[in-house]
Design a protein around this ligand. Structure first.
Ligand SMILES: [Fe+2]
Length: 286
């Protein structure tokens, strides 16, 4: 009996160690997504997506992550939220994440929309060490911050959805209706639209609103990923989140869910390395 307990303890320690070290190994995931109404100018262009950095650092001043992104030479960088961890006491981590994205935005056209952690900074007025407006100032002048706003780029529309914290609640989150989306970001136009929407679980609503391509994060890939079952638990303790990682289709609408580039609370990942994502857009029959 004691031998079995020892074996279990050693196995648990090894798994925790692997999970801890896994948070420091960044992978690059690649997808190609095809749309029949993609403007010709975007055929073959490459989006670099990352989310949920949560103040993580890859090398001093995030130089390794910067080099990884620079080597990919994307046409555009899209960041749907959670650059920082709102309750992180080390303010330097928040500042360094903001300065990192500032550097990215000085190199590539970069668009950001807030996640629940930025939203929390906004709603707590700086009681967490730094205000949202201070964070945005550190993100620099070049970055496009889309808070329920849209901008047109070479014939496509990029829209950032910024939801109040109530939509992130663990048990009593309201339904996100298409009317509630329209109230925030307006009616979908004819333009091919890339929607930055941090919370992935509302995928059917984003598709019903009309976004051709939605980019999300938030569930961290389910933190521990098991073969056949996928992600086990979200950072908000939702078991087996459906929208954990990868491509999800609602008819001809697509949501890409990234498992994120960082971690918070419990810095452990198993079978689920942090990632950046390259999405190549193609025009053609789906
Ligand atoms: Fe989040």
């Amino acid at each position: 009996m004691i031998t079995i307990l020892w074996i279990l303890c050693i196995a648990a320690t090894v798994l925790i160690l692997i999970g801890f070290l896994s948070c420091r190994v960044l992978k690059t995931v690649r997808y190609t997504v095809t749309f029949d109404n993609l403007p010709d100018a975007w055929n073959g262009r490459r989006i670099l997506l990352f989310a949920d950095l949560h103040g993580a650092s890859y090398g001093k001043d995030n130089q390794k992550l910067f080099d990884r992104i620079k080597n990919e030479d994307p046409d555009i960088v899209l960041v749907p939220g959670d650059l920082v961890t709102c309750y992180e006491k080390n303010i330097r981590k928040k500042k360094s994440a903001a300065q990192f994205i500032r550097r990215i935005s000085e190199t590539f056209p970069t668009y950001f929309s807030p996640g629940n952690h930025e939203r929390k900074l906004l709603e707590t007025y700086g009681s967490l060490g730094i205000t949202y407006s201070e964070l945005k100032k550190l993100m620099g002048e070049k970055i496009h911050i889309l808070e329920n706003q849209s901008t047109d780029v070479d014939g496509i529309r990029i829209t950032g959805l910024d939801l109040p914290l109530t939509y992130y609640e663990r048990f009593r989150a309201p339904e996100l209706t298409t009317d509630a989306i329209t109230e925030r970001i307006g009616t979908k136009t004819d333009a091919f639209t890339v929607l930055l929407a941090h919370h992935p679980d509302y995928a059917p609503s984003y598709a019903a609103w009309g976004a051709e391509l939605t980019l999300s994060g938030h569930n961290h890939g389910g933190i521990v990923r098991l073969p056949f079952l996928g992600g086990v638990i979200s950072p908000r303790l939702k078991l087996f989140p459906k929208y954990d990682h990868g491509l999800f289709f609602e008819k001809d609408r697509c949501e890409v869910v990234t498992s994120g580039a960082g971690s918070h609370s419990v810095p452990i990942r198993l079978g689920n390395l942090p990632e950046i994502v390259i999405i190549t857009l193609k025009k053609g029959q789906i």
